[in-house]
Design a protein around this ligand. Structure first.
Ligand code: CIR
Length: 266
């Protein structure tokens, strides 16, 4: 008998090539447009790191009409048991769900739609061994979160509604799971008490965007612009893979956003 994979064990992922329009991606504060070439290079390195971590990556073509469509994490959620098509909270992103739906329907036996009404972005959803945490934010409202809890229940998963810190794009902008019991978190999110059942590793002040790291199998992918976070995780014994996120950071993205990941049974 084989044991159940850990929630950070993945053998399959979906990514989407950046479109040239990615330079017009949504952002809260304008620090200048990212360059297309820069985003493309960061995306390519990310895909290579996924493959090096033994993940089979399916690469979808770019969608020029959707500048933020490289961030495939937001329009859907995937689990070994099935997928859930979400309704992103930004108007320009809602139809990304329609674009990714055929791929998910071809790859998963079970695909649910988020019930109406409400909105939910995958960036607000953190799967842990205890529950699937859903952060309320400007993108995920109460109705969307409650609909998602109902969809998760149909997949046999427990949803838990929490709060994303004020002014933070997504719940996972500020946290990531490092292992079964440890959460990497910003000080502001850790302070809220949502991770009281976890061991907490706090991001050094000034490196907050590093919180959107990504544990994949034996490695933790971390933005290479955050040396103190990298050193801290290294000292704690994690095998860190630094990846450049400078360009995607200009449109408020980090490392979880660029893939949908799951453990595919045979
Ligand atoms: C947006 O504002 O929707 C994109 N510019 C960034 C999305 C990042 N996605 C994520 O954190 N899951």
């Amino acid at each position: 008998m084989t044991s159940k994979p850990a929630v950070y064990e993945f053998n399959a992922a979906i990514v989407r090539e950046p479109a040239r329009s990615v330079v017009n991606g949504l952002r809260a504060d304008d620090r200048g447009n990212p360059t297309y070439e820069g985003v493309k290079a960061e995306h390519a390195a990310y895909v290579a790191a996924m493959r090096a971590a033994d993940v089979k990556v399916t690469v979808l073509p770019a969608l020029e009409s959707f500048p933020d469509s490289i961030f495939v994490e937001d329009p859907a959620l995937v689990f070994p048991e099935g997928a859930i098509l979400l309704r992103p909270g930004a108007e320009t992103r809602v139809k990304e769900t329609t674009e990714i739906a055929p791929t998910l329907k071809a790859m998963f036996g079970t695909v649910f739609d988020l019930p109406s009404p409400g909105f939910a972005d995958g960036g607000d959803v953190l799967t842990t061994p205890k529950s699937v945490m859903i952060g309320l934010s400007a993108r995920t409202d109460r109705a969307g979160a409650e609909g998602l809890v109902a969809s998760l229940d149909r997949l046999g998963r427990k949803g838990e509604i929490v709060q994303t810190p004020e002014g933070v794009l997504h719940f996972k902008t500020d946290c990531s799971l490092l292992d079964d019991v440890t959460m990497l978190t910003t000080e502001r999110l850790g302070r809220s008490g949502v991770f009281d059942g976890f061991r907490r590793v706090t991001i050094p002040a000034g490196e907050e965007p590093a919180a959107n790291a990504l544990r994949v199998n034996g490695v933790v992918m971390v933005g290479s612009d955050y040396p103190r976070t990298i050193e801290m995780l290294d000292r704690l014994g994690y095998k860190v893979v630094p990846l450049k996120t400078t360009e995607i950071g200009k449109i408020d993205a980090g490392l979880s956003c660029m893939s949908l990941r799951w453990h595919r049974g045979d």
